[in-house]
Write a protein that binds this ligand. Structure first.
Ligand code: SAH
Length: 336
């Protein structure tokens, strides 16, 4: 539908009027499929231990400055109960790649949540695992899995990660997740060091080919205790253009207005909703650990109770003419 030349022109556009026209087109495609509804997901950041060493990420293993935490099963279930009372129908369990959370423990946790909340969607975001592990999580009752590919260009991927990680392995995990039966979320950061417009084009082509049910897109934001501490953040407009293009290429995708966008700019998330996004992920984690899940500097909502985040988000959404939808919000194809 779009040629490479056309896409590159849009990716690098700096005419605000053309941006507005693009966002309006993306908005109408989103409206045709999901109306004005914005799906809420309750995010539980349950561990910041990580065995990986991604150069951009504040919870990388080499960061000795971050205080590590790991919620207990009881605490996680408490978060789910609080989430349910606030109306959430999806729980997202995200964390670093924490070896303590081995497959037995992860599966036991999923089963506990599944037993208490039979109708809720359970989303995992715990990194790269074997096909066997993914299958075990799925069989234990998890429904969705978020694993951003970060950048589709493998040389660029190698600039952002240590040698033991590879873009090829990451993409392979995504294919396995889809095959396992998960509603699968890919995604990428905009404005990471060394990123070129051609890399963003590759991200779009990868998304087009993989057809993930969800696509998470956020700006890179430097974190002061990482090798990229002094690199500039990604641009708000370019991130919004990538959200809009993703909506045009995958009309039915579930696309979050990410916390990183809200952290980069006060109305970043609202603007993403106006550029085709249709999901928000307010935080359900206990307030005392919020600051420790410090992927990047200046992360918003680190001092707010879960209920405040829930209602603050609702107010923000309504102000922009969208409708908060406290439903499971499965992907259209998966809901049938
Ligand atoms: N361990 C899980 C979760 C990673 S954290 C996994 O591997 O999938 C979730 C996302 O935060 C990452 O996929 C990455 O895209 C994003 N992230 C990490 N550091 C960031 C930074 N400095 N700026 C913006 N986004 C960042």
């Amino acid at each position: 539908m779009y040629s490479d030349t056309e896409l590159l022109k849009i990716i690098t556009n700096n005419d605000p009027e053309e941006d507005e026209a693009l966002f309006a087109r993306a908005r109408s495609v989103r409206e045709a499929h999901y109306g004005a509804d914005v799906y809420f997901r309750g995010l539980i950041e349950f561990t910041n231990y990580c065995k990986n060493d991604c150069y951009y990420c504040g919870i990388r293993r080499s960061n000795r400055k971050v205080e590590r935490y790991r919620l207990t099963e009881t605490q996680i279930l408490e978060c789910c109960r609080l989430g349910e009372s606030l109306g959430y129908k999806t729980f997202v369990l995200q964390g670093g790649e924490d070896p303590w959370w081995n497959d037995e423990r992860v599966c036991a946790l999923i089963k506990m949540i599944r037993a208490e909340f039979p109708e809720h969607a359970i989303t995992l975001s715990i990194g790269e695992k074997t096909a066997e592990s993914y299958e075990r999580y799925f069989n234990a009752g998890a429904n969705r899995y978020l694993l951003r590919h970060e950048t589709a260009n493998e040389e660029h991927y190698a600039l952002l990660h240590p040698a033991e990680m590879s873009g090829a392995a990451r993409k392979q995990c995504l294919r396995v997740l889809k095959k396992t039966g998960f509603q699968t979320g890919a995604g990428f950061m905009v404005g990471t060091p060394g990123q070129k417009p051609e890399h963003l084009l590759e991200d779009l082509r990868f998304i087009e080919e993989l057809k993930p049910e969800m696509v998470g897109i956020g700006p890179f934001i430097p974190q002061s205790d990482t090798p990229f501490a002094n690199e500039p953040a990604g641009s708000l407009e370019q991130t919004l253009r990538m959200v809009a293009l993703t909506r045009l290429l995958l009309p039915e995708a579930l696309i979050p207005a990410t916390t990183a966008l809200g952290s980069l700019s006060n109305e970043g998330r609202e603007r993403a909703l106006r550029a085709g996004a249709n999901v928000v992920m307010p935080n359900l984690s206990p307030v005392n650990v919020r600051k420790l899940y410090a992927l990047y500097d200046g992360k918003i909502c680190t001092g707010d109770e879960a209920a405040e985040c829930r209602f603050c988000m609702e107010r923000r959404i309504r102000r922009f003419g969208f409708v908060p939808a406290m439903v499971r919000g499965d992907h259209i194809a998966a809901a049938q």
